[in-house]
Ligand binder design. Sequence first.
Ligand code: ATP
Ligand code: FE2
Length: 321
Amino acid sequence: GQVLGIEGTAWNLSAAVFDDDLITLRSSPYIPPHGGIHPREAAQHHASVMKEVISDALADAGEITGVAFSQGPGLGPCLRTVATAARSLALSLDVPLIGVNHCVAHIEIGRFATGYTDPIVLYASGANTQVLGYLNGRYRIFGETLDIGIGNGLDKFARHHNLPHPGGPAIEEFAKEGSYIPLPYTVKGMDLAFSGLISAAKEADAPLPDVCYSLQETAFAMCVEVTERALAHTGKDEVILVGGVGVNGRMQEMLAAMCEERGAAFAVPERKYMGDNGAMIAYTGRVMLASGQTIPISESRVNPGYRSDQVEVGWRSDTGS
Ligand code: ATP
Ligand code: FE2
């Protein structure tokens, strides 16, 4: 059956319908007029486009057998706006409600899109930077940022230089003309930290392309190091890259090189599945529905701090390697 998925944890209000493959996908991004994302303003944006985005996604779809929504992690006001819409839709269509963990959805659509069954996942987005892998029924977090997400760090640096939001694409362009200057590299055990690097990059006394290049090289090398150690530690032999920062060509190149050296397979999902999107919620919701992981309305409270390893992955029967 077809499942409707609604995503709206942060900047993108997006709805999609998934059957065996993607049926429809509609999105309305929120672009902050100045500065970073203000949670209540983003939630207001989501509310104002909710009807149109969902109607568009449903227009070319068939009978809906479940409604899935991103239950967390994310910005509280945004999560609540999406959850309210999802509950009323599930009630009015008289179909089950599925609460999807946003991070798990990034992973699941990544597995679907690459065809990889048991990968190490580098999840690099605005608010999150994590290295994960499946083990005994959960997506374990092997390493993660101890302070800010890599994308939010890039966006802060871009804002400092009055570059357009989101900052990642602009930094990637400048970096193509840059050469290397040393910046602080912080990997602690399996974890990472970006705020020292971002501060140093803001203060660096060098041409902007050089700082952009070196910021990318340093931040991405940190992510690659932790990913490589997770590969070595688990003995898995596949790597996928998910999240909005993952569209970066240089990050893909560096991960591909590391995987090639280690004899691991590496793949990146199609671009439409990388950043926040409703398709990943619809897809994961459909898989969860098939394994009976639905929730009653009374248990559908949002969870802004929802972690991937809190989710029982009942739809995978393997144990992971
Ligand atoms: P999450 O809630 O999972 O943390 P998110 O809400 O931050 O996700 P994503 O769409 O996954 O959203 O990622 C957005 C981030 O991706 C932004 O910080 C943006 O700067 C970054 N980004 C987009 N394109 C690029 C690029 N080409 N290079 C680097 N970063 C990029
Ligand atoms: Fe995301």
